[in-house]
Design a protein around this ligand. Structure first.
Ligand code: ADP
Length: 162
C-alpha cells in the first residue's frame, strides 16, 4: 500500500490545495493530509476547525484522510507507515525552501521520497494568505476556495475583528 503524506497549514484549504490532494489521490493508494500544529504563523482557524473544513471539501475522495501532527514530519511518516511526502509547487520562490526540506528529510530518513507536483496553472497565484486577505477586505472569494466553506471563512473573519 503506497501512502503519501501531504503536509501544510491549510489555514484555510484552498482550491489549489484541493487540486493537489485530488491529483495525488489518483496516484497513491492513500493520501494523508497532515495539518502542521506547531506552525510559527498565528493561524485564523484552529487545528480542529481546519480539520473539519478539509474533511468537508474532500468528502467525495474516498482514499483521503485528514490528520494533524506536531514535531518532525519524518516521525509522523513513520507512524503512518508512509514513505512519500507530496508537495505542491507554485513558483520558483517555493522551490528553494522545499528543495532544502526534501534534502533534510532524506538525510533524516533515507527511505522517504519527496514528490513535487506542479500547480494547476489556474491556481498558481493562490495561497491561504491571499484568501484571508481578500475575504478580510470584503472581496469575493468564489473560485478561490470550495463553495461549501465560503461562509465559514467570512464568519470567522467577522468574529475575529469583533
Ligand atoms: P499556503 O502557502 O497556501 O499557506 P500550505 O502551507 O498550507 O500553503 O501548503 C500545503 C501544501 O500545498 C504545500 O505543498 C504547498 O506548496 C501546496 N500549495 C498551496 N497552495 C497551492 C497552489 N495554489 N497550487 C499548488 N500547490 C499549492
Amino acid at each position: 500500500m503506497k501512502i503519501a503524506v501531504l503536509p501544510g497549514s491549510f489555514d484555510p484549504v484552498t482550491l489549489g490545495h484541493l487540486d493537489i490532494i485530488r491529483r495525488s489521490s489518483a496516484i497513491f493508494d492513500r493520501v494523508c493530509v497532515a495539518i502542521l500544529e506547531n506552525s510559527s504563523k498565528s493561524p485564523l482557524f484552529s487545528v480542529e476547525e481546519r480539520k473539519e473544513l478539509l474533511t468537508r471539501v474532500t468528502a467525495d475522495i474516498p482514499n483521503v484522510e485528514i490528520d494533524s501532527f506536531s514535531g518532525m514530519l519524518v516521525d509522523f511518516l513513520k507512524m503512518k507507515d508512509a514513505h512519500v511526502i507530496v508537495k505542491g509547487l507554485r513558483a520558483v520562490s517555493d522551490f528553494e525552501y522545499e528543495f532544502q526540506m526534501a534534502l533534510i528529510n532524506k538525510k533524516l530518513s533515507p527511505s522517504v521520497e519527496t514528490f513535487f507536483m506542479t500547480t494547476n496553472s489556474a491556481y498558481s497565484y493562490l495561497s491561504s494568505s491571499i484568501v484571508k486577505e481578500v475575504a478580510s477586505l470584503g472581496g469575493d472569494i468564489t473560485g478561490l476556495v470550495s463553495e461549501n466553506i465560503i461562509s465559514d471563512i467570512y464568519e470567522k473573519i467577522k468574529n475575529k475583528n469583533k
